[in-house]
Design a protein around this ligand. Structure first.
Ligand code: NAD
Length: 295
């Protein structure tokens, strides 16, 4: 059993902590939100009151926050984790962040004799709860091998994507595809309805036909099609539209850095930007179907 520190107890982090607890690990948790810490403590976690508590306790430290800047803030600097943990501590960053920051963190960790993996995830809150996440990992072979048993307690598809940063590269490409496919599914349902097609009929047909994709069959933006989808709960997240906008921004920054053509990724970012400016950014990203109706 490991002594695990877990930082970032949001939509994804909290259920991941619960899964680690259920496998018998000692888990110490930290978040800026007191109520998030209390919720995990009720399930058996230990509360940290500062990063120093985590640094003094854990031999494995997960981070599951929103942005690269937040991960840097936690890891770097005098009061940061890298400066204060035991040598050889294993860091696993599951946040979705930019490749450049991620590779800088790998390097800074290596310089301190620490082990570091980028391990962003896919599968949403339902995947985190069911321990069925896809986890895409970047980092050294031996470090990946040592962390694999932990990943298997959090996810079903554990893939070593390659060297430092390649987990994030895979995640950025995947989420660009997800943003594009979600918009496509929303457009198709809206058009079908305007043509007089019953949404359920369209779902029954398209979910078995060549238009089938995850955005339709697992996360359908049209209410009443997929029980677990946020569309059945007034688009409560889930995965917020603002977070999708962040990931589409990462994809466009990455595309610009390597001069890759991603015109649909660019359009998807523009649409999520407009949706957020219309005040819908805190809703689940599948709320695009409502935004397009009003457009
Ligand atoms: P969230 O906003 O629900 O949770 C983030 C948590 O981190 C919050 O509780 C926040 O208080 C905490 N936090 C931020 N800065 C902190 C700091 N300095 N110290 C301590 N705590 C801090 O976000 P989420 O939906 O759980 O997503 C987390 C990451 O996972 C993001 O990078 C996101 O893109 C990615 N992701 C999310 C989903 C999803 O469906 N929600 C799916 C896959 C990947």
């Amino acid at each position: 059993m490991s002594k695990i520190g877990f930082i970032g107890l949001g939509h994804m982090g909290e259920p991941m902590v619960q899964n680690l607890l259920s496998h018998g690990h000692d888990v110490m948790v930290f978040d800026l939100r007191e109520e998030a810490i209390s919720a995990c403590v009720e399930k058996g976690a230990l509360a940290a009151s500062s990063l120093q508590d985590i640094a003094g306790f854990a031999d494995v430290i997960f981070t599951m926050v929103q942005t690269g800047e937040q991960v840097q803030g936690l890891c770097l600097g005098e009061a940061g984790l890298f400066e204060n943990v035991e040598p050889n501590t294993l860091f696993i960053d599951c946040s979705s962040i930019d490749v450049t920051t991620c590779r800088q963190l790998h390097e800074a960790a290596g310089a301190k004799g620490l082990r570091y993996l980028d391990a962003p995830v896919s599968g949403g809150v339902a995947g985190a709860q069911a321990a069925s996440l896809t986890i895409m990992v970047g980092g050294d072979d031996d470090v990946f091998a040592s962390a694999k048993p932990l990943f298997e307690q959090l996810g079903k598809n554990i893939i070593h994507a390659g060297a430092a940063g390649n987990g994030q590269a895979a995640k950025i490409c995947n989420n660009m595809l997800l943003g594009i496919s979600m918009i496509g599914v929303c457009e198709a349902f809206n058009l079908g309805k305007q043509l007089g097609l019953e949404p359920k009929k369209f779902f029954d047909i398209s979910s078995q036909a060549s238009g089938q994709c995850w955005s339709m069959t697992s996360y359908c933006p049209e209410p009443g099609m997929v029980e677990a989808a946020p569309s059945n709960r007034d688009y409560q997240p889930g995965f917020t539209a603002l977070m999708m906008l962040k990931d589409l921004g990462l994809s466009q920054d990455a595309a610009a850095a390597v001069d890759a053509a991603t015109p649909l990724g660019k359009d998807a970012k523009a649409l999520y930007q407009q949706l957020s400016e219309a005040g819908m950014g805190d809703k689940d990203f599948s709320v695009m179907i409502e935004f397009l109706k009003d457009k």
